[in-house]
Design a protein around this ligand. Sequence first.
Ligand code: ADP
Ligand code: MG
Length: 253
Amino acid sequence: MADPILATDGLGLSFGTLKAVDAVSLKVRRGAMTGLIGPNGAGKSTLFNLLTGALKPDAGTVRFDGQNITGMPSDRLFALGLGRTFQIPRPFARMSVLENVMLAPKGQIGEAIAGPFLFRGRMQAQERDIRNKALEVLDFVTLDALADHPAGQISGGQMKLLELARVLMGDPKLILLDEPAAGVNPVLTETLIGKIEELNRQGTTFVIIEHDMDFVMRHCDPVIALAEGRVIFEGTSDAALTNPMLLDAYLGA
Ligand code: ADP
Ligand code: MG
């Protein structure tokens, strides 16, 4: 593949004797919506954690957008344009939806840029810029009407939209979504996938972990499958549907 946006080589992490991610070498095509599938415990979330600096690998390398990012912390990756959402969103429950979105760049980019020498006026101007951007992003994900609600009181599906909003504050080139549709009602799932596809048309690359095979087959191409920490399939979603290795992994046949 020419110029993949993300590539791993021999990536691995063990928890004790369990190889959660085992010598994974894969490439993510720029501009694509790649589906990452595999049975429970296959290592999908752990792989995301290795790609985004939440965990450090004990083997292998990760390259993002032409740069070696192995072991780089997640705030630096966010600033470079690599964003991710979590399988189980954990917003700051008592803060408002808007404040949760504003936190993304403030904690992750803003303070690093600001340093100790900023004048108050500039600080306020920056705060205002972040607020305006957060409002735009909330409007995009259709959460603008909930901007002042405590984040702990919105539905599970709205929390997934909030997660996407937080990621969008970083102007990401690549977004990794961990089970975006799990536990979300069908209406909000359609809203979410509509927004994801709109971003994809504008050039954002996605890797989507999803359990629901229908969802993957409808929205993702190509597909990468993991089982027991290893890549067992890489190909088109059509080929995935008839692949015997995949059927085995899912059905335990
Ligand atoms: P998936 O997201 O594909 O369901 P995970 O990446 O969450 O799988 O988990 C892969 C394997 O690693 C599982 O066997 C899981 O129990 C184990 N695992 C995940 N995180 C940890 C951890 N922090 N400590 C120990 N084992 C873990
Ligand atoms: Mg998982």
